[in-house]
Write a protein that binds this ligand. Sequence first.
Ligand SMILES: [Zn+2]
Length: 414
Amino acid sequence: MINQNRLWERLQLLSKIGTTAEGGITRLSFSEEERKAKNLVSAFMEEAGLSVREDEAGNLIGRKEGTNLDAPVVLMGSHVDSVFNGGNFDGPLGVLAAVEVLQTLNEQDIQTEHPIEAIAFTDEEGARFSFGMIGSRALAGTVTQEELKNKDSNGVTIAEAMAAQGLKPDEIGKAARKPKDIKAYIELHIEQGKILEQENLSVGIVTGMAGPLWLKFIVEGEAGHAGTTPMRIRRDSLTAAARIMVAIEEEAAKTGTTVGTVGQLKLFPGGINIIPGRVEFSLDLRDIDEHVRNQVEQYIRERAEEICENQNVILTIEELQRIAPVPCAQMIQDAAGEACRKSGVQAFSLSSGAGHDGMQFSDLCPIGMLFVRSKDGVSHDPAEWSSKEDCADGANVLCHTVLSLAVQKVDVPN
Ligand SMILES: [Zn+2]
């Protein structure tokens, strides 16, 4: 029912803002590029017949009123900021699909009981300040003045960058919404993975967002001469670390849902002819089920202790970050399943390994997400791509889901 040509054309127009020499897009938060992108989206929102405003965090909001003036709002959103040299679909698809849905409803004179808003959140990616999701945190009322002191690589704080864009960081608290004012939040996003491609499906219903647990492993043995130290008396921190990494892989793989990644590794002293005396490595462990993730963590810790004991080296594990996974509301997954049927799309469920703005709303309202197939699973790269037809399928499923959540007042032609 949505206009797929219009959605596609708008994606192309937005892709021209912040282009890089490498063929990608860089639109950092509170930059001129992000401002231009928001101005363009704001113009699309006006065309869609929405009432447009920006809140104190710089979130751009287009609203369609409901027939019941006291009913809580249904939110759709995503972001228009990007990583350095990113792609054209991560974020923009969700924002432009939300606008397209509301424009379609207005054109077809479809009324809903609940009001509906399309939101372009400020700074989802966190590429500039290594922080991220500033807009959605502000909407959830969780962002603090202390957090606005995070600096970019030029030493500019979030608060200063906001002020430079005419925003008032002291008043960011006013962007907060109350649970009673929001019925649900739903976001359409590219999958950033290969599951839908492998299943040969255009759209997926997200069951939950995995929460990352970040640990730092420090293994201390004894450095020594590679030529003069017999194998039997060595305290090699790297061979112990290697065994721990294998244990991580095995424990994560056992569950079928957990993913564990060692992405950073440092050896000391790091000489070709020296036994490593100290090794540091990271672990990123995720699952959408917190209990399963914590159980895997426990097994890894136990096996790591055992390995280090056997090899006579000392193990220290530091916790860097522990974020709880966020389940998607069953009510929204059910509505999305029905919306798939109405859109002629096969309903298929999958989890999200990546975090998104909706994670910030776990205490605010029921959240849901829809994924659109990503070519080769690529994202955060100029090669990021989803087809016009897949984007349209996603927007149609979003439309029917939102109509169900916002309680449609008339029959819709499918
Ligand atoms: Zn994104």
